[in-house]
Design a protein. Structure first.
Length: 370
């Protein structure tokens, strides 16, 4: 077998190896953090996709059993990364049965590839394999997959970034862990958008120039490998991020975090100005001491500060929505959970570094300018 590895191939191999190793680690840690499973499968999908170029580098494509091997994983990538990103921004996010619908395009494409593969396995002559593949519209189907990959990527990104849950997630600044993960999600988004853009450019150039120009597709594979390398390494570092805290004897319970997240973002318990840790613990059916330790470890802040931050965000959202036209500033503050004017002004300035009136003036000017 005459193997010819180029510099491009070596970079792809590095990305593939890193992706496989980190995916195994992430899958082993999926019980700790369910988002690890989605990320691991997303990385493995990229890895599997990039093996196509190695079939040609190792001169395996024309060998019986290797050529046309069913590899239609492209359409699994957008939903897997969407589920990963949603499970980060929303700890209560669950993979319910109806979400299998996200993967229907992938299943259809993969089933078609399997049918083509089994059909061409009837002959060992490569030329005959090509003829059979053409009769089954193999090239056309693969082109459709390429376009659908871009279309679904755009759709899932749009759904993700227009979600109210995601907007609330980026509006809050709950902890250093939150900031790190938010930055990672932004970087993943930039990488996937870049890959999609390059992919679209290649498809367009193929139509205009009527040629595949291998170096452009090699470059695309290297970019995928670079993305896999980055996502795998950072994902590996974040795999057990929930366990990292100053007290090593505390292991954070994800179920408690989910209940707490629902209480704050959905039930908005912070609107009750008299809410105490004891009352919240009773409402959530959680031991008060365990709840306190969980809040301190996960948010790296105490219970009172978490509530006050949520109340400040509530005030800001109401001001931006024009509620000042119907209510006084103090009225909005009290409806947001503050029990006195003095505490409201003090906490608002502490959280935003500006006074409520400065916040109003600044945003009114921005609205007028737009």
């Amino acid at each position: 077998m005459n193997i010819q590895l180029s510099f491009f191939d070596l970079l792809v191999l590095i990305g593939i190896t890193t992706g496989i190793i980190c995916s195994i680690v992430l899958l082993r840690k999926s019980k700790l953090k369910k988002s690890n499973k989605y990320l691991a499968l997303g990385i493995l999908s990229f890895v599997w996709l990039n093996t196509k170029i190695l079939l040609h580098s190792f001169n395996l494509w024309q060998i019986h059993g290797f050529g046309f091997f069913p590899n239609s994983v492209e359409l699994a990538i957008p939903p897997l990364f969407y589920l990963y990103m949603m499970s980060i921004v929303d700890p209560t996010h669950r993979f319910v049965q109806k979400k299998w619908i996200y993967f229907i395009p992938f299943f259809i494409s993969q089933l078609y590839s399997i049918i083509v593969y089994l059909t061409i396995m009837q002959t060992k002559v490569y030329v005959e394999k090509q003829v059979i593949a053409q009769r089954l519209f193999f090239d056309l189907a693969k082109n459709i997959d390429e376009y659908l990959l871009v279309i679904f990527s755009i759709i899932y990104f749009y759904i993700f970034f227009t979600s109210n849950t995601v907007k609330s997630y980026y509006a809050s600044k709950s902890s250093k862990i939150h900031i790190l993960e938010a930055k990672f999600l932004r970087n993943i988004s930039i990488l996937l958008v870049t890959l999609s853009s390059v992919h679209v450019l290649n498809l367009v150039l193929n139509k205009i120039l009527d040629s595949s120009y291998n170096w452009r597709w090699n470059l695309n594979s290297v970019l995928i490998s670079a993305a896999v390398y980055y996502i795998a390494i950072i994902g590996f570092k974040n795999a057990d991020i929930l366990k990292k805290n100053k007290r090593k004897d505390i292991v954070i319970d994800n179920d408690i975090i989910q209940k707490l997240h629902q209480a704050i973002t959905i039930k908005k318990v912070y609107l009750n100005p008299k809410l105490t840790l004891q009352e919240l613990a009773k409402d959530l059916n959680i031991n008060e001491s365990i709840l306190s330790n969980t809040i301190n470890s996960y948010y790296q802040k105490n219970f009172r500060k978490v509530l006050n931050e949520a109340r400040v965000e509530e005030v800001k959202n109401r001001l931006l929505n024009g509620e000042l036209e119907n209510l006084s500033l103090l009225g909005i503050a009290k409806e947001s959970g503050f029990n006195s004017e003095a505490s409201f002004y003090r906490i608002f300035k502490s959280e935003t570094q500006i006074t409520p009136k400065q916040f109003i003036s600044k945003n009114l000017n921005l609205q007028k300018s737009t």
